[in-house]
Design a protein around this ligand. Structure first.
Ligand SMILES: [Ca+2]
Ligand SMILES: [Ca+2]
Ligand SMILES: [Ca+2]
Ligand SMILES: [Ca+2]
Length: 472
């Protein structure tokens, strides 16, 4: 009896080894058009089942909005002892400097009918909070017809359009064919999801870059060498343990962005979050090779805070730029402490409102630090291009001259100016308003200007000072 009981306990412990769970079933695979779609092994009828039961499958989601829905045999727990709060890990095939971020959604079987007919909650990754992220973004793809690779036209709900480009390497049709994807309408279909901007640069061949997102996206972080059930800490840039992309169910938000507390989830969805051509790499498309449940381990701890700056454009052609940065604790944004900025170049500076102004050209790196917390540091880089200075001349401020109120809504005033001509510029340097013979403290009306940052030049000539105005 004792002996049998012992064996029984061991069997239960084996079942409770919550980390040993891989994907048990793929419920839906709806790719967007792409170079790997309708071909083996990444985009045919067998690809979906390849991610079941391990982490070395081959599944491509195609262009923006392509998705896969899958489940585990048992629910994935939002377990308090999971390392770094991470509850599951998704593996993809990213390269160093080539991320193809997939947005991850989770569902709890709230009505307990065993079906994925409940509410999808987005796991808010680092880019969720950026002003450039678009929610409920809709793209329709039109079948170009034919039996070989042709550009597939897309159009979004904002009126933008473009093509998923055919290339010479992948010669099959890119639009999902009914033989593999009977649920995709043959003429045209629409996909909806969250669009993130990413940081893709394919305009400087031969090196194509799609920078890693900070945390919270699939097909993003490199794989590690540790056991798959011990997750990477996504709040550090290094690849640790299993590597891949670890996710916390605690990041879940509803459609209004409110945090949703989920104790467990039953279904997961990954959706390609980028709509971008990748140069010779073809369109940016999320790939999934498998997913695994994380094993609880109260002994494993690490950094849970992360400072994240939204990437600057590869080339900056404006004289000023509003930087966006967030401090996250366990992946949730918290109020920003005082930030100390360091610029690699003397001609660029960031003020207390995180507004970058430049007065020169060349490569630029900006680093943000939280004083007293040496581990909280983040950097962004860009190339400030010559058009800036040729358009604007020298950018400098002058003591004794100031704008009030600043920020302004419908009007503003300038003090300390004696009868000068003023020009009001947008951030590209374009003149959008001229004021003749301005006298100190007289009103300048701006009710018609869109909210944003403007530059005001006092007088002319190379030594004319500039002021920054924030319009609300
Ligand atoms: Ca968790
Ligand atoms: Ca990939
Ligand atoms: Ca259900
Ligand atoms: Ca890490």
């Amino acid at each position: 009896m004792i002996r049998e009981g012992t064996i029984w306990i061991i069997l239960i412990l084996g079942t409770l080894n919550l980390g040993a769970q891989y994907i048990s079933e793929v419920l839906e695979y709806t790719p967007a058009p792409g170079q790997y779609i309708n071909s083996t092994p990444w985009g045919d009828g067998e690809s979906a089942s390849s991610i079941v039961g391990g982490v070395n499958g081959t599944l491509c989601l195609g262009a923006f909005g392509g998705s896969v829905v899958f489940a585990f045999a048992n629910p994935v727990e939002n377990h308090p002892d999971n390392p770094f709060g991470m509850d599951f890990t998704i593996f993809g095939n990213p390269l160093p400097d080539w991320s193809e971020p997939g947005v991850v959604w989770v569902m709890k079987d709230e009505n307990e009918n065993g079906e994925a007919d409940d509410t999808w909650y987005q796991l808010a990754g680092s880019d969720y909070y950026f002003s450039s992220t678009l929610h409920n973004y809709q793209v329709s793809y039109t079948n170009p017809g034919g039996t070989e690779a042709m550009d597939v036209a897309w159009r979004d709900h904002l009126g933008n359009q473009g093509f998923i480009k055919a290339n010479s390497i992948h010669s099959q049709t890119y639009y999902p064919l009914p033989v593999f994807f009977p649920n995709v309408p043959e003429e045209k279909y629409e996909l909806t999801g969250t669009l993130i901007k990413g940081a893709v640069d394919v305009d400087h061949p031969p090196v194509n870059v799609s920078l890693l997102r900070a945390f919270g996206y699939a097909d993003n972080q490199l794989r590690g060498s540790g056991p798959p059930t011990v997750p990477d800490n996504p709040y550090t840039p290094e690849v640790e343990h299993s590597g891949g992309d670890a996710f916390d169910i605690g990041w879940a938000v509803d459609a209004d962005g409110n945090v949703v507390e989920l104790d467990q989830i039953h279904f997961l969805k990954v959706q390609n979050g980028l709509l971008h051509q990748g140069g010779w790499l073809g369109e940016v498309s999320t790939e999934i090779t498998g997913a695994v449940d994380v094993a609880p381990d109260p002994q494993l701890s690490g950094i849970l805070d992360m400072l994240v700056i939204k990437d600057l454009p590869v080339e900056l052609d404006t004289v000023a730029c509003q930087l966006e940065l967030f401090l996250f604790h366990k992946g949730k944004p918290v109020s920003l402490p005082d930030i100390s900025w360091t610029s690699s170049e003397p001609w660029a500076e960031v003020d207390e409102n995180h507004l970058l102004t430049v007065n020169g050209t060349g490569a630029l790196t900006l680093t943000a630090n939280v004083p007293g917390s040496p581990l909280l540091q983040a950097s962004v880089s860009t190339l400030v291009i010559p058009a800036v200075t040729t358009a604007l001349g020298t950018l400098r401020t002058l003591a004794g001259i100031s704008i009030y109120p600043n920020p302004a809504r419908d009007a503003f005033f300038i003090s300390g100016v004696e009868k000068k001509d003023l020009t009001l510029h947008d951030l590209t340097g374009k003149v959008i308003r001229r004021v003749k013979d301005y006298r100190a403290d007289s009103e300048i009306q701006i009710p018609d200007l869109p909210p944003g940052i403007y530059l005001i030049r006092i007088g002319d000539g190379p030594s004319a000072p500039w002021l920054k105005l924030l319009k609300h």
